[in-house]
Write a protein of this length. Structure first.
Length: 333
């Protein structure tokens, strides 16, 4: 008889969001809607997540992304845990032990450990996924990331799954809360089970890209000075994502309507590699995209900022938008 009976029966949980921070409540509720929450993680969301608890999330994410049955496993390689999800995650190559047949299930998971487990979960579920092999210097404390985690951290950062914690730092050894881990799992699910998934190695379409950029250069000046209005998509006023949605629609590039979904389109591009027409995204809290603009060269971007303002050019290199810059995506290639 398998020791894993019952693990593959997933269902939505009854959750108590009282303990969650405000930013996390919608994330947790949506993750529960996707059946990504484990039975033991339905409250106390601000406590640090353990290695064992994250395995439970990872196995649910694997099943949801792959659409496959969980592997049949009849033996346990670990002497310090009998947790079914840990054993399955080990079988799938998502986690390994710490030596001497130990897993250390109650150890708190670090940010770099979470990145590695997420990366391996995706590769197990969707082995065809391709990541850029370019090892860019993305964080000021990148030298503190363990060698065994560096590729995974950078790949997921470029994919828009995981990000820094402010001031250009990643802080790889910092523990991560349950609600942060749940938000990452939800983000991974939406990214790789959704409509806007693309592989991450940049390609060029030559004259096709140039033609679309020239169209964009003609259209943008026509919108300058028009007032900001929340929810507006033109032609007389815009909000930030409405401006992007309408302009790119005019040149035949179909994008989602809101900025957080637009941040899933196209491919990642680093800040120092920005080209005209790339979308630039901002996160006031350092975690959640809340603003978007269009890069127009010379360290500047066009956007519809806020109520009382107009479509205008702002700087990426100084001031508020330099501090809240989050990521960029190339949707014209």
């Amino acid at each position: 008889m398998s020791i894993l009976a019952g693990v593959s029966s997933f269902a939505q949980q009854n959750i108590d969001l009282t303990s969650a921070n405000d930013w996390a409540k919608a994330e947790i509720a949506k993750a529960n809607e996707y059946n990504l929450l484990s039975g033991g993680m339905t409250d106390n969301f601000t406590r640090n997540i353990t290695r064992e608890e994250f395995c439970e999330l990872a196995v649910r994410l694997y099943k949801s992304l792959s659409g496959k049955a969980l592997p049949e496993v009849n033996s346990n390689p670990f002497s310090d845990t009998g947790n079914e999800s840990v054993i399955i995650a080990n079988k799938l190559g998502i986690v390994y032990g710490v030596g001497n047949n130990k897993f250390a299930p109650d150890n708190m998971a670090t940010r770099e450990e979470i990145a590695v487990m997420l990366y391996r979960t995706l590769k197990a579920a969707k082995p065809e996924t391709v990541f850029s092999a370019n090892m860019e210097y993305l964080f000021s404390d990148q030298d503190e990331i363990s060698d065994w985690a560096l590729k995974e951290v950078l790949s997921l950062t470029k994919a828009g799954i995981i990000n820094g914690v402010g001031n250009g730092r990643f802080i790889p050894k910092r523990y991560i809360s349950r609600e942060e881990a749940i938000a990452l799992v939800k983000r991974m699910y939406e990214k790789f089970d959704g409509q806007y998934v693309e592989i991450f190695e940049l390609t060029s379409r030559g004259n096709s890209r140039n033609g679309l950029i020239e169209q964009l250069k003609t259209l943008i000046p026509q919108e300058m000075g028009k007032p900001y209005q929340w929810g507006a998509t033109g032609p007389d006023s815009y909000d930030c994502s409405g401006l992007v949605y309408t302009l790119y629609g005019k040149i035949g590039v179909s994008l989602p309507r809101v900025s957080r979904d637009q941040a899933k389109a196209g491919v990642y591009v680093s800040k120092d590699s920005l080209q005209y027409g790339d979308l630039v995204f901002f996160a006031a809290d350092g975690k959640n995209v809340n603003h978007v603009g269009i890069y127009v060269g010379n360290g500047e971007f066009v956007h519809a900022p806020f109520t009382g303002s107009v479509v205008k050019v702002s700087s990426l290199t100084t001031g508020y938008y330099s501090r809240t810059y989050y990521t960029a995506r190339r949707v014209i290639r």
